[in-house]
Design a protein around this ligand. Sequence first.
Ligand code: HEM
Length: 529
Amino acid sequence: QDETSGINLPSKRPPTLPSYVPFIDHLIQFITNGSALLSKASKFSGASVPVRISLPGFSSYVVSGPEAVTAFFKNTRDLSTTSRGVTIIQNAFGCPAHLAHHFKPRYSLDGAPDEVEQAIHRGVQTGLSGPQLEILASRFQISLLEKIGASQQDIGNDWVEIPDLCDLVQKYVIESVIYTFFGPYMISLNPHIVQDFLEFNDYIRLLFMSMPRWLIPKAYKARQRMVDNIQRWQKHARENCDLAELGDVDWEPYYGSRFIRERQALLTRRGILDETARAAENFANLWAANSNSVPAAIWFLVETIRDTSLKEEVYQRVSSALLIPEANGEHENGHATFDIEKLCCDPLLQSVYAETLRLRVAALIVREAAQRDFSFCGWRIKKGEVLTVSSHTEAMNQEVWGVGGDLSSHALDKFWSHRFLVNPDDSNSGPLRNPRTKRAAGNKDLSFSTDGLAGTWIPYGGGRSLCPGRHFAKREIMLTTAAFLTAYEIDLNPDTIPSVNMSHFGFGTMPPKGKLPCRIRRRPKEGRI
Ligand code: HEM
């Protein structure tokens, strides 16, 4: 019996995935093929049985199957975000070791997050949704369209060959995201920040795994360049902008968005005054805002242009969302922009978006039994133990996902743009293998649906820590393809078949592997972008 709750706890303990050499065996499998290790763990004892895997410094029970995953996200009382956040802010984002404890989640006596934690949580939610979200999305769009518009010299009306489409897309998108959140000075003070970020991000896996400096000196140098960039921006903002005098503005050039500015005040409230510790938090936010959404935006574009008929269909949809300023009208000198709401509600675009995240996001979502022993799906989990859900493992669950009725054509490891579209006349359509509700008769339109996918389509995690940036990410991803398809004609080199960089497995969106050469030219303008 649990003394604090009076609940009878089961005594049976979850099984461990066998290994020939403890720790080393699972580690080697995780590094060489993390997807296979997690999938093996999820199948070891059947659905809803947590199975333990052991990596050096990180042992965890793998939770899988829609019911168990839903229970995992719902149980915010027993499962909280882990104290690994403290290790990560130190190892990955350069917080001085003696100050990292400031980032430990804090609880009040009743076990709930304390007042400052709640203010941080609220700040993230409100800063990235509602009216603030629309302000951010609109800034992002204007910045991206300006960059594309200014690229006339490099990409004109004649075809040019470029060695890597990813390079082009990520440069424009990362700069636009940084501008949107942190304002123009983060880039003008640090003209190499995109390159620095990408180099750092290549090492993120090793830094998250707490590899020592002597083993990975280049990773620590890349991290330091980013910390320096951010500290330069902090110093400039501090010296040129008095937060107390700013007033109630949504965006200004020194701190950028309200979300980032309010975050600075919360750092102070948390007692985090050291500039390197503050830089670590700003760095973590900059990383969170770019690391997953940028490769997802690239995949959306790449999958679209690879398939000629999908490219045409998506082009039509995004063109119909383009708002062209009227000649002699109110916005005579304005630029064409996309109706973001229209893009985000389009069934096909939503399906391509959801399928992109299903296939490419491989996040490990981790929680800890911080307070006490508890019962999870009938198994006893002890205080301090860690549970993990793998978004990619759930995205490959053959028992749940629909494959269009034909096992070979739309297999789960293949991109299928229509997977999330329900056709009322086709019982094999839609994301579920066995749809639970009857399809509405009479309605002939294809509709986008994620019904029945709770605990299965989980690229953004779930529960209290569900990614607060998901609404912005959706807009960013759709706007990227809308802008590139409308401005340019792009043909991928037919000899190159994009493959996935699986070494990012477990760390969010897996980017394309290697370079994607293409030819590109500007579309005739006709009043467009
Ligand atoms: C495709 C894009 C993205 C994916 C796949 C993604 C995925 C995730 C995942 C899996 C988590 C952990 C959720 C959990 O523990 O349950 C998370 C947390 C978070 N994400 Fe995202 N994310 C994306 C974009 C963004 C963007 C654009 C931002 C910021 C603008 C952002 C900010 C955050 C923050 C601040 C957290 C921590 C939330 C907390 O601990 O309460 N993310 N994200």
